[in-house]
Design a protein around this ligand. Structure first.
Ligand code: ZN
Length: 444
């Protein structure tokens, strides 16, 4: 909606109304009685290992059984998880339809993954799955002390303010959610004080943000030797990796705890940090296996996150290799009392960025390849200020001139109209020595 002509051309007051109405409809669809009931059930077992264990085993068995009975890809396996093969994004992308369950009910909602490789994976889900996901989000907010009606700030990469707009306000209001939404795309140094002032005067209690957006504000406060002058309950981050250094900086400058969430659209794992800063693997969200993957430079054990989703019976993914890693912890339990296993940290995706036309670093590149048909992988290379090369690995039958223009249009929306984009087809995107593909390489 935010990139539509109608929205972009409306005055701010109308944009506020459009945005609030959209939020209200989404809230009504997701946050019904069923969602509330499920949230309470999730909260009830997090301090009880027996109850949690039973819930996990029951859900895992149900997931495997349903997948075997209704999904072509899994029909030849028996009911033992260990006999299922490991799969990854490429395998799913090459067998898209074989993962779809034959048992459908109600509306199907499609969403696309993003991630470092830039090869979107379209995943269908039903309304039940959307509601269940919301229940987990609500429990996460409860960990962060959020209560219904609390005033929130949202800085999560939504294009709520048109990119062409160069003057404040760089925020809009979602009235029914009691929320101020601030643009992640207008965070030039000269604008940052107005972000802080606006949140303070709105009386924000909880901030939900992309790590890169809230870290930008924390760095601004640090550079100016300031602390956030408002009174916050907490900050909730997700969708990008958050380094320990940035988490510490944000907590110091905003004087509250950061609750970080690792998840992915495949929904095969969720890891959340608590009020004691420990990362808990949410064993009621998915079944997670940790595959040994060597050691860190300081000698700690690394493991790859491999997950089985509990919450998408329409598109079950079993033993899905995420390519993301955790550093294992020696701690057997957490002072918070929750019985979920603990990991030391998450070594997720790297914080690659490009420089936009106004000189800002743009970290949020995940949206650019979205909706481009036939695009298997991409990487952005910027050697000059106004020129970016996009390396693309494509399915040549589907990736045509029209898709090329969609990709360019998406890129210009994020980075600026004056930048020229050269699309270059390659067979492979070069990998780093760790075997990872960087989303962007900027040598400026
Ligand atoms: Zn804890």
């Amino acid at each position: 909606m935010f990139t539509s002509k109608v929205y972009k051309k409306s005055p701010v007051s109308i944009q506020n109304i459009l945005l609030s109405t959209r939020a209200l409809v989404r809230k009504k669809l997701r946050e019904n009685n069923k969602c509330e009931q499920y949230t309470q059930e999730l909260i009830a077992h997090e301090y009880d290992s027996e109850l949690l264990g039973k819930y996990h085993d029951k859900t895992l068995n149900k997931t495997i059984k349903q997948a075997r009975n209704t999904v072509e890809y899994y029909k030849s396996y028996d009911l033992n998880l260990k006999t299922f093969p490991f799969i990854d994004k490429l395998e799913v992308n090459s067998n898209k339809d074989k993962f779809l369950s034959s048992k459908k009910s109600g509306a199907v909602i499609k969403g696309a993954t993003s991630g470092t490789t830039g090869a979107p994976l379209v995943i269908p889900q039903d309304m039940q799955s959307v509601i269940t996901e919301q229940a987990f989000i609500n429990r996460g907010l409860a960990w962060a002390g959020f209560k219904e009606g609390d005033k929130r700030a949202w800085i999560r990469g939504d294009m709520i303010v048109p990119l062409e707009q160069k003057k404040a306000p760089f925020w809009r209001y979602s009235y029914f959610e009691n929320m101020i939404m601030l643009s992640s795309f207008h965070m030039a140094p000269a604008n940052l004080q107005s972000y802080i002032d606006t949140m303070v005067s709105f009386g924000v209690q909880v901030i939900q943000a992309y790590p890169s957006s809230i870290a930008t504000l924390a760095k601004y406060l640090e550079v100016n030797n300031q602390y956030y002058p408002g009174d916050l309950k907490s900050i909730v981050t997700s969708s990008e990796s958050l380094s320990k250094e940035d988490k510490h900086l944000i907590e110091t400058r905003f004087k509250c705890t950061v609750f970080d969430w690792y998840g992915l659209f495949e929904r095969v794992a969720a890891i959340a940090s608590c009020e004691h800063g420990r990362y808990h693997i949410l064993t009621d969200y998915a079944h997670v296996e940790l595959l040994p993957a060597g050691k860190t430079e300081s000698g700690q054990q690394l493991a790859e996150i491999v997950g089985t989703n509990f919450n998408n019976s329409l598109y079950p993914l079993i033993r899905y290799k995420t390519g993301d890693h955790v550093v294992l912890s020696d701690e057997p339990n957490c002072p918070c009392g929750r019985v979920f296993p603990i990991v030391d940290s998450i070594e997720g995706r790297t914080g690659d960025y490009l420089i936009a036309e106004d000189g800002q670093k743009v970290h949020i590149l995940n949206h650019i390849p979205k909706g481009v048909v036939g695009l298997i992988a991409s990487q952005f290379i910027q050697d000059k200020k106004n020129e970016i090369t996009i390396l693309v690995v494509t399915d040549k039958n589907k990736f045509n001139t029209e898709q090329c223009s969609i990709l360019t249009k998406n890129a210009k929306e994020r980075l600026g109209e004056s930048i020229s984009f050269k699309i270059q087809e390659v067979n492979n995107i070069p990998r780093t020595k760790n075997g990872k593909i960087r989303q962007a390489i900027c040598s400026l």
